[in-house]
Design a binder for this molecule. Structure first.
Ligand code: ADQ
Length: 459
């Protein structure tokens, strides 16, 4: 088959199977590229005083990695600006947090053009190009302008929001039209795909033709739902590792006579952390008999710390966890352990396994891989219970979880009680169905179905 070229904003270096690296998207792409002798192109994460387009190439574990440095202003306008201050909040239903600034648009277009111009000479005639996520929406348009005729696919890792939100974006029409320069657009779920189709029908007179072909702007594009999964095989290796066992023992020693509830999320307002803390607070108020018998371990590495909103939410969560602990703690017990650091994947696997409840309650999430990792880490003989937000893409697949509305503190509180008191038979039944899905719909199935669909497009 042809070579696969993957383009994404950031790159994390492949570190081999079983390596304890982090990152949902990074894990997924590394696994994919290894199978296709692929090339992965993106921003190095470094800045340079003046953009040169100089590519740094390294080869690691069957994957060629090509990176470029960006100027400081690029990072401000494109990454911290249009991507994370405009698109991310709007696509996660937080138009109240979105900033619209002309310089952000310009930076976004400039960086996409720079990416396209730099990678253009690396694209061979038979290569297929797979572009990832909201940072890179106009990249196909730029590549087409440079004469690239190859098949180009796009995958959106985050939700596609309802059209009433998309239309708040000052340049929504151009943004959507740029997607019609791809051969295939992939969404995480049918819900996000339908929202996209709804926008086309109502805003630009588009229509859905047969076989997932969409028509608008006098062009056609194929689109489909391709739910991402975890590298289940690799995760099984992590779960069986010595580091996972050590972490499991450490956590188990902490939870003698106590049940642990775990949350693992980047620090982001879309993850619903304050609502989660408030739901847990209500649970403690409503269930005094659980005092001293349960604690919530919330593992939350800081992210996007250059963006003000992220600093605000950090302060908010510090205050909230402090307040709840002050109100309920006893000499030998604090209800919330709130930890702002990264763990290795094998260590996380041990933490998940030791937790009686996995609490995954984003207010809006493209998919959510933590839900799948939590299930994959469970002991089949004594599995824990997954509580999952109905607003995570994963909820469409993981129906045997306890599905909740994360905005409702009552629902969170009731689900916690139900999970903590669920009998072994019901826990096993739910776990087995969930684990089956996690194993079957893994990252390999995702990658293969997308690449196959892209190869099958008329080009
Ligand atoms: P994210 O918003 O980053 O991804 P998610 O899918 O939950 O969300 O992936 C997070 C990953 O980071 C998981 O693999 C998790 O284990 C890891 N992680 C989180 N906290 C960690 C910690 N403290 N230490 C180590 N690892 C940690 C985006 C979209 C999602 C979509 C993914 C993949 O927002 O909806 O599921 O891309 O498409």
């Amino acid at each position: 088959m042809s070579r696969l070229i993957v383009v994404s904003n950031r790159i994390s270096r492949p570190a081999g199977r079983g390596a304890a690296q982090t990152g949902g998207l990074a894990m997924a792409l590394t696994a994919g590229l290894r199978a296709y002798n692929g090339l992965w192109f993106g921003w190095s994460g470094n800045t340079t005083p003046e953009f040169t387009g100089e590519i740094t190439t390294t080869r690691s574990d069957g994957v060629t990695i090509a990176t470029i440095d960006l100027e400081d202003i690029d990072v401000q306008e494109y990454y911290n600006g249009y991507a994370n201050r405009t698109l991310w909040p709007v696509f996660h239903y937080r138009i109240d947090l979105a900033a619209y600034d002309r310089s952000f648009n310009q930076g976004y277009d400039r960086v996409n053009r720079r990416f396209a111009e730099t990678i253009r000479p690396l694209i061979g005639t038979d290569d297929i190009v797979w572009i990832h996520d909201y940072h890179m929406i106009p990249m196909a348009r730029e590549l087409r302008r440079l004469g690239v005729k190859n098949r180009i696919g796009f995958f959106l890792h985050i939700p596609w929001p309802a059209r009433q939100l998309v239309t708040t974006l000052p340049r929504h029409r151009q943004l959507v039209e740029a997607l019609f320069d791809y051969d295939l657009i992939g969404f995480q779920t049918t819900e996000w795909l339908e929202a996209f189709e709804d926008y086309l029908a109502h805003e630009v007179g588009g229509s859905v033709l047969a076989d997932g072909v969409l028509e608008a702007f006098g062009k056609t594009v194929r689109a489909g739902a391709f739910p991402i999964g975890i590298d289940a095989e690799d995760f099984a290796v992590q779960v069986r590792s010595a580091a996972a066992a050590r972490m499991y023992d450490r956590m188990a020693a902490q939870s003698v006579f106590r049940s642990m509830i775990v949350g693992v999320d980047r620090l982001d307002y879309s993850k619903g952390l304050d609502e989660r803390f408030l739901g847990f607070e209500l649970f403690l108020k409503d269930n005094p008999d659980f005092h001293g018998k349960v604690f919530l371990l919330q593992i939350t590495p800081l992210s996007r710390d250059d963006v003000d909103t992220y600093q605000d939410i950090r302060t908010q969560l510090d205050t909230l966890s402090g307040r709840i602990n002050a109100a309920f703690a006893d000499t030998d017990w604090s209800p919330i352990r709130y930890v702002n650091r990264n763990y290795r994947r094998d260590e996380l696997a041990g933490v998940y396994r030791a937790a009686r409840v996995g609490l995954v309650t984003p207010l809006r999430d493209g998919m959510n891989l933590v839900a799948k990792e939590y299930v994959a880490a469970q002991n089949p003989e004594d599995p824990g219970v997954l509580i999952l937000s109905r607003f995570a893409g994963a909820a469409l697949q993981m129906k045997e979880a306890l599905i909740v509305n994360p905005f409702s503190h009552e629902e969170l509180s009731e689900a916690l009680k139900r999970a903590l008191t669920m009998d072994l038979n019901e826990r096993k039944r739910r776990y087995e169905a969930l684990f089956d899905g996690v194993r079957k719909d893994d990252v390999t199935a995702w990658r293969e179905s997308f690449v196959k669909a892209l190869e099958a497009t008329p080009g």
